[in-house]
Design a protein around this ligand. Structure first.
Ligand code: EPU
Length: 343
C-alpha cells in the first residue's frame, strides 16, 4: 500500500524552497506502487504531477489540487557489451550518485554531468547538459508509465526529440502524462574523458592536472561548479533560470561590434549562441534583489531565494524585470529554462 500524505508543500520538495500546499503526495518505490497511485488519482479525477529532485521547477504559491508522485526506487544494474556497458538505473536514484558509480567503474560519457542536482528520472526531461556533454549522447532508452493508458512503454532516442534542454516530455501533449521509472545509458569502458569546455580546461591547467582521467574530470567539474554555482542546500535556487539565447548572425555581428567583450559563439547552423549570464550581468542585475528574490552574486544566470522567504510570485516578477531590461538594452529575448508549475 502506498502512503498518501495530505500535508506536504512544494516548498519542502523544491530546491528553490518555494511553492504552495499539495492536496495529495505519494512516494512510489516500485512499478506496482506507480500503478496504485495512478489509480488513486483516476478515482479522484485529479491530475498527477511527477516530481524528481525538484531542482528545475518553479511552483506557484497556490494549492496544487492534484496528486504529486515521487518515484524513489533507486537500484542500478550493469550489462557488459563489448567496449561498452549498459547501465540501467531506476528513476529515483540521485543523478550525481549515478555519475559517481559510473566514474568508480571507469565508465565514461557522463563525467562532465557531475554535480547536477536532481534524479535520474528527471535527467531526460530537459536533456541535462554541462561542460560539453548532454544526456542524449549516452541515452539508450527509458521506461515510463503512461498514466492515461495505465501501461508501461519504452522510449528510444528517436522517440524523445532531444534538443538543447528539451525533450518530447516538455511538449504539452506529453507533459505530465508519463511517470519515468528507469533510464538506460551506454557508457564506454576505460574511456578517454572529454574536456572541451574552456573553464574546465583552464581549471585543469591552473591546478596542474596533467593525467586527465574520468576521476580528475569529475573532480574538476565538481570544483568549478562549487566555485560558480550556488549550492541549493545553502541558498534556494534552480540552477540556470534562463536558457542561453540563440540569435541571428546579423544581430550577433551588431552586438559584437558594439560590445567587444560579449560572450557569443557561432553554432553549426550559422546562428550565434550567446551567454545569458553575460547579458544579465551587463544589464546590472548580478547580485541585485527584488523583494525577497535575487540574482546570484556568483552567477548572473541563477535566480536565488537568498533568505528562504521569497514567494514564487516574487521570483517571477524578478525574472520578468531581468528579461525586460535585457530585451531593452540588447534586443535579446530570454526564455526561462526552469519549468513553471501550477501558475
Ligand atoms: N557569464 C557572465 N556573467 C555571469 C555568468 C556567466 O558574464 O555572471 C558569462 C561568462 O562569459 C561565461 C559565460 O557566461 O564565460 C558562460 O558561463 P558558464 O560557463 O557558467 O555557462 P552558462 O552558459 O552560464 C551553462 C548551462 C549550465 C551548465 C554550464 C556549464 C544553460 C542554460 N546553462 O551555463 O547548466 O552547468 O553551462 O556547462 O545552458 C542548468 O541548466 O541549470 C545549468 C546550470
Amino acid at each position: 500500500m502506498v502512503k498518501i500524505i495530505e500535508d506536504k508543500k512544494f516548498s519542502e520538495l523544491t530546491t528553490f524552497k518555494v511553492g504552495g500546499p499539495i492536496k495529495y503526495y505519494a512516494e512510489a518505490k516500485s512499478e506496482e506502487d506507480v500503478k496504485e497511485v495512478a489509480d488513486f488519482a483516476k478515482e479522484k479525477n485529479l491530475p498527477i504531477f511527477v516530481i524528481g529532485g525538484g531542482s528545475d521547477i518553479l511552483v506557484s504559491d497556490k494549492l496544487f489540487d492534484g496528486v504529486v508522485v515521487h518515484y524513489t526506487g533507486d537500484s542500478v544494474s550493469l550489462e557488459e557489451s563489448g567496449e561498452f556497458s549498459l547501465i540501467t538505473s531506476e528513476a529515483g536514484k540521485n543523478w550525481d550518485d549515478l555519475v559517481e558509480f559510473a566514474v568508480a567503474k571507469n565508465l565514461g560519457g557522463i563525467e562532465c554531468l557531475s554535480g547536477i542536482p536532481g534524479t535520474v528520472g528527471a535527467a531526460p526531461i530537459q536533456n541535462i547538459g554541462a561542460y560539453g556533454q548532454e544526456l542524449k549522447d549516452t541515452f539508450v532508452s527509458l521506461r515510463a508509465f503512461e498514466i492515461e493508458k495505465g501501461k508501461f512503454r519504452t522510449f528510444y532516442p528517436e522517440d524523445c526529440d532531444f534538443g538543447y534542454r528539451e525533450s518530447i516530455f516538455k511538449n504539452p501533449e506529453y507533459w505530465q502524462k508519463f511517470i519515468i521509472t528507469s533510464v538506460s545509458l551506454n557508457l564506454k569502458k576505460n574511456a578517454d574523458p572529454q574536456v572541451v569546455y574552456e573553464s574546465l580546461i583552464n581549471y585543469m591547467k591552473e591546478n596542474n592536472v596533467h593525467d586527465v582521467n574520468l576521476r580528475n574530470v569529475r573532480d574538476a567539474v565538481l570544483a568549478v561548479r562549487k566555485s560558480k554555482f550556488e549550492d541549493p542546500k545553502e541558498v534556494g535556487n534552480a540552477g540556470s533560470f534562463f536558457k542561453n539565447p540563440v540569435i541571428e548572425k546579423v544581430q550577433a555581428e551588431k552586438l559584437i561590434k558594439e560590445y567587444p567583450g560579449i560572450s557569443c559563439r557561432e553554432t553549426k547552423d550559422g546562428r550565434y549562441k550567446c551567454f545569458a549570464g553575460w547579458f544579465i550581468e551587463k544589464a546590472g542585475w548580478k547580485g541585485k534583489t527584488h523583494k525577497n528574490a535575487g540574482v546570484s552574486p556568483r552567477h548572473a544566470l541563477v535566480l536565488i531565494n537568498p533568505e528562504g522567504k521569497a514567494t514564487a510570485t516574487e521570483i517571477v516578477e524578478l525574472s520578468e524585470k531581468v528579461a525586460k531590461d535585457v530585451e531593452a538594452k540588447f534586443g535579446v529575448t530570454l526564455t526561462p529554462e526552469v519549468q513553471f508549475i501550477n501558475f
